[in-house]
Design a protein around this ligand. Structure first.
Ligand code: SF4
Length: 281
């Protein structure tokens, strides 16, 4: 664990550099759960027929302005997750929504605020597949672009998920890789390291089915060498994935700092919420 005074230092700084303390990525965390199995179990909690649990609908500045539905439930346990309070209480959190309600609320927020984009975020949107596809059915023809922000595990596990998404030409998928290597992935999520490959496989499946997609990679805890190796692997799948490689960094919201401190994880680079660079928004 970083000392209390060092941790206070994180909050005060806008950009955090590992130069002041060695990076310690999840030392001592247990590893090894299977996120595909975890997803199966969670479906019984957050999916009900065509309905899914959500906890919030909002507008926001990301992507230049986007309407957002925040869903409940995720099959990873990232130590830097800003939605961990909902993620860890899926049975108690949120309220049930039909696809009509979700599509209607997203379109309404977008219309009122002049946005052209909508998304499902918060936790993991792909958990309730039938619900997600039904929301997309209802948004088809609305003129809105849909950004699917996902950890990619389920799309990597089952290529038919990518096939189903390919029916919607207004969907773009942002696959958020949790670290730059299987080892980083395991330390950051607590999941078995092999599951990192499913994130890469998701990108491959999506491109195979002609779905617009790009990788966003959490680099706050990465060594430069692992980033270069990841880019080589992405380039082997498709050089476009290297060109469109998006860097992601931890934002130090107080409840995120609390989790990082608890896990003894020390980011090499991070941003305080009031100093997020424009290019990361
Ligand atoms: S994949 Fe996203 S929602 Fe799930 S634990 Fe990680 S950061 Fe949180």
């Amino acid at each position: 664990m970083p000392s209390e005074s060092a941790a206070e230092g994180w909050r005060a700084q806008k950009v955090i550099s590992g130069a002041r303390a060695p990076p310690r990525v999840g030392e001592g965390r247990g590893v090894g759960y299977d996120p595909v199995k975890l997803a199966e179990g969670l479906k019984g909690v957050v999916c009900r027929g065509l309905e899914r649990k959500y906890y919030r609908f909002r507008g926001g500045r990301w992507y230049g302005g986007i309407a957002t539905a925040d869903c409940v439930g995720c099959n990873l346990r990232c130590v830097f997750c800003w939605g961990w309070q909902v993620r860890d209480n899926p049975a108690k959190a949120g309220f049930w929504c039909t696809p009509d309600e979700v599509a209607g609320k997203l379109a309404g927020i977008a219309r009122r605020r002049g946005y052209t984009q909508v998304r499902i975020s918060g936790n993991e949107p792909t958990l309730c597949r039938e619900h997600l596809l039904a929301v997309l059915d209802r948004l088809e023809g609305s003129g809105l672009a849909f950004i699917l922000e996902t950890n990619g595990i389920l799309i990597g596990h089952d290529p038919s998920y990518a096939r189903d998404l390919s029916k919607y030409d207004f969907v773009h998928v942002r696959v958020s890789l949790k670290g730059a290597s299987p080892e980083e992935f395991a330390r950051l999520t607590g999941a078995r390291p092999e599951a990192f490959e499913l994130q890469l496989k998701a990108l491959e499946n999506l491109l195979d089915y002609g779905v617009s997609a790009h990788p966003a990679v959490m680099l706050s805890f990465s060594e430069p060498g692992s980033v270069e190796r990841l880019k080589e692997r992405l380039g082997e799948i498709d050089p476009k994935l290297v060109e469109e490689f998006e860097e992601e960094y931890v934002f130090l919201y107080p409840h995120v700092v609390k989790q990082l401190k608890k896990a003894g994880v020390w980011p090499r680079v991070a941003y305080s919420p009031d100093s997020i660079p424009q290019e990361l928004i």
